[in-house]
Design a protein around this ligand. Structure first.
Ligand code: GLV
Length: 376
């Protein structure tokens, strides 16, 4: 504790957090104000507008969680299901596994729907067959590098009186999502990926159907901190004249999130989606030129996080340590079900530039050349 704080400069080219732009860093370092000051409410109103734009929704019940994307994930499940109800979870990587566990801990009867990575898409017959109250899907599965199509699923859920919950932590701003048009009932994301804000805040939005279900429960949600009756008041979404103390939100984190959403609005979603697609395609070509294999078929690849099958004969940990040591660059291994199967490169938001793809390719080529190849 008697030494000065040290935080090295690194190229954060993993699945997040990604590097934060100077403008967002500056916003986060502004003097603190009270979390219930009128100026803070203005900033929270701006955040709400920014999330509505990023999600393409007009939902009034749109807020940012005090916590990571995981907080939003738990908030979504805790508020919309009650013990004894049934939840269907599409599992195409770690995030589906997590939601399955959260739903189970909430006392629901759980149905897991697995799909092989290479297939990419779920069969949706299970929604019709099991009629769950909630269906969960990860749009941008960062552990697999997979972007699951969303069109049409919301309509099926609606037909069977089921809420459609979608995770866009790794895909928001990188791949198109239209909450209202695609009939998504609950959508959440995180601050630290393509939005380039520091980790610790998480946008979430509920439409009228979701609000109807969560505000007409027989039981209280198991979490006090994530209870939307309190959070909707904290964010001024419940129509009540006064906001009552619930918890102290991360003031600096909200400053930074506001700025990151402002940057996305200035740039425009279309432009951001296009850039991620172009830079990802450039990275794919470069990796293929190095002779490595991409893990996910082209048609369902996530533009923000690329997964590479571990090159034959190499130890993935050795490759990644080499890249960190010699290039001050983070790439990561797999997570959950993709552990020991892939190496992940993330180029998101501010980091999504061809020059960064070149840097990543150069570092990867250097590691392939200098790390020991074990004989088969
Ligand atoms: C975290 O979000 C990860 O994908 O590693």
């Amino acid at each position: 504790m008697l030494r000065p704080l040290e935080a090295p400069l690194r190229h954060l080219f993993g699945p997040g957090p990604s590097n934060v732009t100077p403008r967002i860093l500056a916003a986060g370092s502004r003097p603190i104000i009270g979390h219930m000051h009128p100026e803070m409410y203005e900033i929270m109103n701006d955040i709400k507008k920014g999330i509505q734009y990023a999600f393409q929704t007009e939902n009034n019940m749109t807020i940012a969680m005090s916590g990571s994307g995981h907080a939003a994930m738990e908030c979504a499940v805790f508020n919309t299901v009650e013990p004894g109800e049934s939840v269907l979870v599409a599992i195409n990587g770690i995030w589906g596994e997590r939601v399955a566990e959260i739903a189970e801990r909430s006392g629901t009867s759980l149905l897991g729907l697995q799909t092989p990575y290479k297939k990419g898409r779920f069969s949706l017959i299970a929604i019709e067959k099991h009629k769950p109250v909630l269906f969960f899907l990860t749009h941008g599965e960062s552990s697999a590098g997979l972007c699951h199509p969303v069109d049409g699923i919301g309509d099926i859920c609606r037909k069977h009186n089921c809420l459609f919950l979608v995770d866009t932590v790794a895909s928001l701003g990188a791949a198109p999502i239209f909450m209202d048009k695609q009939n998504i009932d609950i959508l959440y994301s995180g601050s630290q990926k393509a939005l380039n804000a520091p980790p610790g805040t998480a946008p979430i939005s509920f439409n009228e159907r979701a609000c109807h279900k969560m505000f007409n429960r027989k039981t209280k949600p198991i979490s006090y901190l994530f209870d939307m009756t309190h959070l909707s008041n904290y964010w001024g979404c419940d129509g009540k004249p006064a906001r009552i103390y619930h918890h102290t939100g991360p003031v600096s984190g909200f400053f930074a999130l506001r700025e990151s959403l402002a940057i996305l609005a200035e740039k425009g979603l279309e432009e951001s989606w296009k850039k991620h697609k172009e830079v990802a395609a450039y990275l794919y070509r470069g990796l293929e030129d190095l002779g490595v294999k991409l893990f996910i078929p082209d048609r369902v690849r996530l533009p923000s996080v690329t997964t590479i099958a571990i090159p034959e004969g190499y130890q993935w940990r050795e490759l990644l340590s080499y890249i960190m040591k010699h290039h001050q660059m983070e790439m990561t291994g797999g997570l959950g079900p993709s552990m020991d199967m892939v190496i992940r490169i993330g180029l998101m938001g501010y980091n999504c530039e061809k020059r960064n793809a070149d840097m990543a390719l150069n570092a990867f080529a250097d590691a392939l050349k200098n790390c020991k190849k074990t004989k088969a």
